[in-house]
Design a protein around this ligand. Structure first.
Ligand code: AKG
Length: 285
């Protein structure tokens, strides 16, 4: 397996990530990594974690499956986290001296699924706080731009606290113990209706092949994906990486995924650097 990206992260990629908060990186991971992740996804689907659930099931039975932090039980994911080029890519883009792994998440849409992920920012939901974060979104199958995740460039620099979507509402099976958020009390503004005028917001997305990835600052506004043709499915593996300024926070508005209990059990408290077995330090420079 290739521990380095198939091409180096260029200084222009670093500038784009810093300026726009998102950068498209074609051809970074070789086929072996993609095959490993596809094998991992099969294991993950067969043995989902307690955090997994169907986010959407339509009248035809088409589904969007979600799971997160499965890496501890899926050897293929674990190998990807520790050995793949992902941590290096994140470190380069964040210009980080230290990179810890936060968690993995998968988003699997069966063929023809129309469900689109609501627009949101990630970091306001998390049990960590900081600007230097990097999410790597990797499709394991080809995806057309109009069906891929979309982004509002430069939105990572917005200081406004938006009323974020409660993903706990995506629970058609009425699963118990689903993480909930309520940003109502702290929100300064409604989340903008990006779909009403994507051009005004400068929305970007890309045609992607397996091996390509999108790296984005976790404060970016992103959403979409889905609206798939009848015979096309979408399997996406994502990893979330923590750079130098990130520390533990427990938010009163709720968290998703909420790591409070596992963090407390690991002896982590607000202000601490997320470290240890749960949040392994993958790279130091
Ligand atoms: O792929 C999707 O539909 C959602 C992905 C997402 O929101 C994320 O990776 O943060």
């Amino acid at each position: 397996m290739n521990a380095n990206p198939l091409r180096p992260v260029e200084s222009t990629d670093v500038e784009t990530f810093d300026r726009d908060g998102v950068v498209f990186l074609p051809g970074m991971f070789d086929r072996e990594w993609i095959e490993l992740l596809r094998a991992g996804l099969e294991t993950n689907r067969a043995h989902p974690t307690t955090r997994s659930r169907i986010w959407d099931r339509d009248a035809e039975g088409r589904t969007m499956f979600y799971d997160s932090q499965a890496w501890q039980g899926v050897d293929e994911y674990r190998e990807f986290v520790f050995e793949s080029p992902a941590a290096k890519i994140a470190a380069d883009l964040m210009r980080a001296t230290t990179v810890n792994f936060f968690f993995d998440a998968v988003f699997v849409r069966s063929p023809g699924t129309q469900f689109s992920t609501p627009w949101h920012q990630d970091e306001p939901y998390w049990s960590v706080d900081g600007f230097n974060t990097c999410s790597i979104w990797m499709p394991l199958v080809p995806v057309a731009a109009k069906n891929a995740l979309s982004f509002v460039p430069r939105s990572h620099r917005s200081a406004t606290v938006f009323d974020q979507y409660n993903f706990g509402d995506l629970n058609p099976d009425g699963q118990s113990a689903v993480d909930m958020v309520d940003f109502g009390a702290i929100a300064e503004d409604e989340f903008p209706d990006i779909d009403a005028d994507p051009e005004r917001w400068g929305v970007v997305n890309w045609d992607m092949e397996p091996g390509d990835c999108i790296a984005f600052n976790s404060r970016m506004m992103h959403g979409g994906s889905g609206q798939l043709p009848d015979d096309v499915g979408l399997e996406v593996f994502t990893t979330k990486w923590l750079g130098d300024d990130v520390s533990v926070i427990f938010r009163e508005c709720g968290m998703d995924p909420d790591h409070t209990e596992v963090m407390k059990a690991a002896g982590l408290k607000p202000g601490d650097r997320p470290e240890g077995e749960l949040y392994p330090r993958i790279l130091t420079r």
